[in-house]
Design a protein around this ligand. Structure first.
Ligand code: 0X9
Ligand code: ZN
Ligand code: ZN
Length: 428
């Protein structure tokens, strides 16, 4: 069987499997495995991509220019294995049962919930995050301010917090959990908020007080709630499509920036990388663009939190033949982050480069859009890990990851300052 006819055969299985979900059922991932697949040629890469696109039996967890992490249903495993063998692509299993990871994450959440509702020993729900945010705002009224980006498709408020200790600080915008299944991002964002307000460490105080922080802990609120309640692996928004029964858009493909160029997004509503029917079709992304657009003169740095794979990704996402004018600076700033993180006792290694260089073409993403808006330091940061747990990073790693982010961001901003990126923008 060729890889192509293999794909056709699997699509049929996939369609048969696309069962609908009852009201209070959760999607289960019993014996779903995740494989690291290394490819050497573009041809192999394209075949593997085709395998995963919009099909229920396969799901890309991560893709870079040399390897792919594929989640595979138990039913498709033997076919996958023989095909991998036949085409001489090397594959290695590193998660044998995704449901097992989800179960132990849930156990940890239950255990931690016993001693209080909010914390960083577990992954908090949107309600818990918002209740905690209200507490924080009530406790620190002089230096915090609540803001709302707007409403999600399902009518939830997308909330943010501004932390400002003095006027004329350079602005740093943090977008988090645009992808619903990347829970370490909101866990890290909330931990940072807490540190900025409560830490007595001199370095943290200086970091917190000499920048204006705009932090949105959960941008994709509908997707996040859905991931907590129904499907741990949900990535997209929750807006239905007019042309398909598949739900949701990849919000990080929906900005009006090179939208759909260069196959940087999919036009298939069933794909995990669906760009949407038109740019800004998702109210969450429109709201984000309106808000950031309205304060862009105050924003010197934008960081979009993602997971996983330990990367700092700069523009551009649409081409690897052209680089941003300040590419060298962007790399120096990313290196500062990586070096600082690696010096911590955990020794965690971050790599860096442009999106299109390191990963793939990805258009309509936050950091490229922000860069076009004049935010010259705009990164996607992919947090822990490199695949051992992937999106289901155990809660014991929340604080270590957040500490790395804190140290990394400190070094990043120091470098930005040194290179002159933190001056007031609208000086005329
Ligand atoms: O593909 C993405 O949206 C990000 N990776 S993830 O695994 N978290 O989904 C990378 C986005 C890179 N940024 C740009 N395309 N500019
Ligand atoms: Zn529309
Ligand atoms: Zn992401």
């Amino acid at each position: 069987m060729s890889l192509n006819s293999f794909l056709v055969a699997l699509t049929i299985v996939a369609l048969a499997q696309g069962a609908s979900l009852g009201q209070d059922e959760r999607v289960r991932y019993d014996n779903y495995s995740v494989y690291k697949v290394r490819f050497e040629t573009q041809e192999q890469r394209n075949l593997l991509r085709k395998l995963a696109e919009g099909r229920e039996n396969f799901r890309i967890w991560y893709e870079a220019n040399d390897e792919l992490h594929l989640m595979i249903t138990p039913g498709a495993l033997s076919d996958f294995n023989s095909e991998i063998h036949r085409t001489n692509i090397s594959a290695k299993m590193f998660i044998s049962n995704v449901q097992e990871l989800i179960d132990s994450e849930e156990d940890a959440n239950l255990r931690a919930s016993r001693d209080g509702s909010f914390g960083w020993k577990k992954y908090n729900t949107l309600d818990e995050i918002y209740a905690w945010l209200d507490e924080i705002l009530a406790n620190y009224p002089a230096v915090t301010e609540s803001f709302a980006l707007g409403q999600s498709y399902e009518g939830r408020t997308i909330r943010g917090i501004k932390i400002s200790y003095k006027s004329n600080n350079p602005g740093v915008f943090i977008e988090s959990n645009i992808h619903a299944n990347e829970w370490i991002t909101s866990a890290t964002a909330t931990w940072l908020i807490n540190e900025f307000l409560t830490s007595t460490d001199e370095l943290v105080r200086n970091l917190a007080e000499s920048h204006d922080w705009y932090i949105v802990p959960v941008l994709n609120v509908d997707g996040f709630v859905y991931a907590h309640e129904k499907n741990r692996m949900w990535r997209k928004t929750r807006q239905p499509s007019n042309i398909s029964s598949c739900i949701g858009v990849d919000p990080n493909r929906n900005y009006d920036s090179r939208w759909m160029e260069n196959e940087g997004a999919s036009s298939d509503p069933c794909s995990e990388f669906y760009g949407g029917p038109h740019p800004f079709s998702e109210p969450e992304i429109q709201a984000m663009a309106d808000f950031v657009g309205s304060i862009k003169d105050k924003i010197n740095v934008l960081l979009a939190f993602h997971s996983y794979s330990q990367l700092l990704l700069s523009p551009y996402g649409h081409t690897n033949e052209e680089f941003p004018p300040n590419y060298d600076d962007l790399m120096a700033v990313a290196k500062a982050y990586g070096d600082a993180v690696e010096r911590l006792p955990y020794g965690t290694v971050y790599r860096y480069g442009s999106v299109a260089e390191i990963l793939y073409f990805a258009t309509g993403a936050t950091n490229d859009w922000a860069y076009e808006q004049g935010v010259e330091i705009a990164y996607t940061i992919e947090f822990r890990d490199t695949g051992r747990y992937g999106f289901i990073l155990p809660p014991v790693q929340i604080i270590p990851n957040a500490e790395e982010a804190l140290i990394g961001i400190t070094a990043l901003l120091d470098k930005c300052e040194e290179l002159g990126y933190l001056k007031p923008k609208n000086t005329q």
